[in-house]
Write a protein that binds this ligand. Structure first.
Ligand code: HEC
Length: 154
């Protein structure tokens, strides 16, 4: 009788521990991605601002070396893009399409192509090569819209 009571108490404790672990598990399965979502949207808008200022510099006929910092910043951002889209982060206010996760290889390829174009841009700026810089700028712009067409709500 007494042993039965202890066993019952022990199994109750075990159940409580399992239930609370289950609770933590459920919380970890639905993390709050709002910081990442806002961060990637801000990064995307900043990349738009950089594109605008670099285009204006070309139109003014500036030495493209003056755009080295902007181009390197864009390159650094391009490197971070896939990591800004963790699985499950299409909640709340976002225009990220579910296709990002159902076609991760395609999204990764779009990110890689973007990074390759941004790297050309940074190299051309560093070298002060205006023609290569203009060409790379056009290539980067095509990568922006190419990815949006497939993976972003327009
Ligand atoms: C590899 C894919 C990809 C590339 C490349 C890319 N974007 Fe995006 N962009 C997205 C996705 C996905 C979103 C939606 C993000 C969200 O709302 O969570 C987005 C959102 C945006 C937004 C809206 C942000 C907001 O306020 O909600 C702007 C502006 C933007 N991108 C500009 C650019 C520019 C400019 C480039 C190129 C220099 C670029 N993007 C390259 C995928 C990409």
């Amino acid at each position: 009788m007494r042993i039965g009571t202890i066993a019952l108490a022990a199994s109750t404790l075990l159940f409580a521990a399992t239930a609370s672990a289950g609770g933590h598990g459920a919380a970890a399965a639905t993390p709050d991605f709002s910081g990442i979502t806002h961060g990637r949207q801000a990064g995307m808008r900043m990349s738009g601002a950089l594109m605008g200022s670099m285009k204006a510099a070309v139109a003014r006929g500036d030495d493209v070396k003056t755009q080295s910092f902007a181009a390197r910043t864009l390159q650094g951002w391009a490197k971070s893009v896939p990591g800004m889209f963790p699985e499950g982060s299409n909640q709340g206010e976002t225009s990220a399409l579910p296709a990002i996760w159902s076609d991760w290889a395609g999204f990764q390829a779009a990110s890689d192509a973007y990074l390759a174009a941004a790297t050309k841009l940074a190299t051309a700026a560093q070298a002060g090569d205006k023609d290569a810089f203009s060409a790379a700028l056009g290539e980067v712009a095509a990568r922006c819209s190419g990815c949006h067409a497939k993976y972003k709500i327009m």
